[in-house]
Design a protein around this ligand. Structure first.
Ligand SMILES: C[S@@+](CC[C@H](N)C(=O)[O-])C[C@H]1O[C@@H](n2cnc3c(N)ncnc32)[C@H](O)[C@@H]1O
Length: 288
């Protein structure tokens, strides 16, 4: 083989190697993206816009203020990138501890690196934590000790990712028949929050469907439902489901218990992109 021919062969091989490694890299990216999409679908990853996070945080603050209840710790059991915890930190300054749990390792790693004061992030499955033999609520109560309030935009997926028998052993009872994953998070919040504490949830309007009669009965009998805010559709860009915010106090309802209910009007719904600490949504709720 003369020199020129050898160079050509070498060049050809190099190009081939490059093309093959490019294809391998591209395949890795596609697989990685697909895995991400599957994970997103499985765990219902849609983060809360600031405006909605501020609104929900304000609702908890207002209820606690009204009851003269001191919020010592707040937990988001499906914290994602921490939008809701950030919102409560901004307005409930005297709170001593903020806890965030999420199954997503990457998200928790990133949040933990920020070393935020008074804040602890835990990577685990909030519903069935790994290697736990006791009931889920017992585990979290032991680990976190005080939980004055739970704030959450949990996954809404209807995909059943847990075995019913395991859920029962872990202390869940609302997972009968067809249910969305937020139902488990609501039951968990009720179980782990302190007596007299609050839980505020961003959930879909399926709360009002017939399949959720048992859940509604559970909340109506065991908690004081303080707020039901029906925000309608298009609150989240990626989700075409109507959204409701519900705030409950863990206390047996009395004859004096009042539930504030409202529907967001179209004009206020349009302002959703705008981040506004003096939340106009809250004003419409107050004026209801
Ligand atoms: C709808 S996103 C909301 C995230 C965040 N709370 C917010 O408002 O932006 C739901 C989050 O729940 C997490 N998640 C889903 N299933 C979970 C589980 N079993 N335990 C803990 N986190 C979970 C997902 O990884 C995702 O970050």
């Amino acid at each position: 083989m003369n020199g020129l021919k050898a160079e050509k062969v070498l060049l050809y091989r190099l190009i081939r190697v490059n093309i093959i490694s490019e294809i391998v890299n591209l395949t890795k990216v596609v697989v990685w993206r697909l895995e991400g999409m599957i994970q997103q679908k499985k765990y219902g990853v849609v983060y809360t816009p600031n405006r909605l996070a501020d609104f929900v945080a304000s609702l908890i603050k207002n209820e606690a203020k009204q009851d003269k209840y001191y919020i010592q710790t707040i937990l988001d059991p499906a914290c994602g990138e921490g939008a809701l915890l950030k919102a409560v930190k901004n307005i409930i300054e005297d709170c001593e501890n903020f806890y965030g749990i999420d199954v997503d390792t990457e998200v928790i790693d990133n949040l933990s690196k920020k070393n935020e004061p008074k804040t602890t992030f835990i990577c685990n499955d909030a519903i069935l934590p790994k290697n736990v033999k006791v009931k889920t609520s017992t585990y979290w109560r032991r680990k976190l000790s005080v939980i004055s309030a739970v704030i959450a935009n949990p996954p809404w997926s209807s995909e059943k990712i847990y075995d019913d028998q395991r859920l029962e052993m872990a202390g869940f009872s609302l997972n009968a028949g067809q249910y969305d994953s937020y139902v488990l998070f609501l039951e968990l919040a009720y179980q782990i929050v302190d007596e007299g504490g609050y839980f505020a949830f961003i959930i879909p309007d399926s709360l009002f469907d017939s399949q959720n009669e048992y859940l509604r009965r559970f909340l109506a009998e065991k908690t004081q439902i303080r707020v039901i805010a029906r925000l309608g559709e298009k609150i989240f860009d990626e989700v075409n489901r109507a959204t409701t915010v519900i705030v409950c106090r863990k206390a047996i309802p009395t004859d004096e218990s009042v539930t504030m209910c409202f529907r967001l009007n179209t004009e206020n719904r349009k302002q959703r992109e705008h981040h506004n600490p003096n939340n106009a949504w809250l004003h419409s709720l107050r004026s209801f």
